[in-house]
Design a protein around this ligand. Sequence first.
Ligand code: ATP
Ligand code: MG
Length: 413
Amino acid sequence: MIRKIKGTMDILPEQTPLFRYVEGIMREEAERYGFGEIRTPMFENTELFVRGVGDTTDVVQKEMYTFVDREEDRSISLRPEGTAPVVRAIIENGRCSDPMPMKLYYIISCFRHEKPQAGRSREFFQFGTEMFGTESPTADATVIALAHAVLTRLGLKNITLHINSIGCKECRPAYREALVSHFAAEQERLCPTCRDRLGRNPLRLLDCKNPDCHEIAVRAPRTVDHLCPSCEEKFAAVKASLDEMGIPYVVDPAIVRGLDYYNNTVFEFIAEGIGAQSTVCGGGRYDSLVSSLGGPALPGIGFGMGLTRVLLAMKEEGVDTVSVSKPRLYVAALGAQAQIKALGIVERLRREGTYAECDLVGRSLKAQMKYADKIGAEYTLLLGDNELQTGRAMLRCMADGTQREVELAHLTL
Ligand code: ATP
Ligand code: MG
């Protein structure tokens, strides 16, 4: 037997209604906030992610599914995230001079070669949004509000919004220096990856999962204590905007985000009850990404929300019940002729938009009734020789057992 690839999942018909329900709310909310859907390819030139995500990130260094294209002999990668492809697409399609802000969303699968565990898989699903063309703190707050709206509408209550500012090009150098000297003082205790990153991208060290690195990281200087006046002011405006919208948050200096391109606002929505992988949504501002991928100086802000983690949180809070749709009518038939007649009735009802079922396997009448009960049919109709002749049959309500006679030619529910 051939098994699925480790870290991937099959989503079976009992589970898809919940996925669709969640995705439906994501789409509805995104559209309420004026975001339009964008779809990009599932694979891209590897270079896009190396430049877009950053060559010092775990995603690029360890987690990408990269292969050589058969024909062109070039390196291709399955997308590990959604932002870089969207940025490429807007540049390539000449959309950077569209009226701003440009608001885009997507629901995609992403691929990362990580250690599979609860809330972490190798193919995972993500609801992502990007807003381009504005540096206004109200834009940051709007993007956060959209994520908040989705989680709230899903009925989630035990999720906390953590926000931070990691500053800009102006305040970064001084902070970087403080950070490097903090980590350099305990260099021997750092993991090899962090030792290597220390000179190149010290911010990365702040979210290393290695226990020793983490212990040093919690004592590290905080970005919020090193903001320039302009970043300070922007951060204050983001907080004031969230306050105005009634969106609760905590300021958390530990939030720095895993990808290289962020500046200023970064945020995560954290569900405490779902285990170690508790970040259901993470995002931030990335004002230099578009230009670093060859586009104009176009600021951006966005987030990625992991569907599996949202579902884990929903399960934890007991709000993950979505009913599988049940047929309104099951037509039971006795005999080959009745079976065909039943098919005709069911087809007419389906054309009217009613979910109806009939026997397709030639079961006995008793087995058909048992099956109708099992699939939760609201009504059953029994067709035999007699019913075929008179054109009338008994419609039975499964909940209370009441029956009424109906005319087969004019049956509606
Ligand atoms: P984490 O450190 O929690 O894995 P990240 O910083 O790597 O997060 P992002 O690249 O920001 O994650 O992705 C956005 C969201 O996508 C995450 O907050 C999470 O909900 C989800 N996500 C990321 N990686 C995975 C994965 N391997 N499996 C399932 N969901 C994931
Ligand atoms: Mg990760």
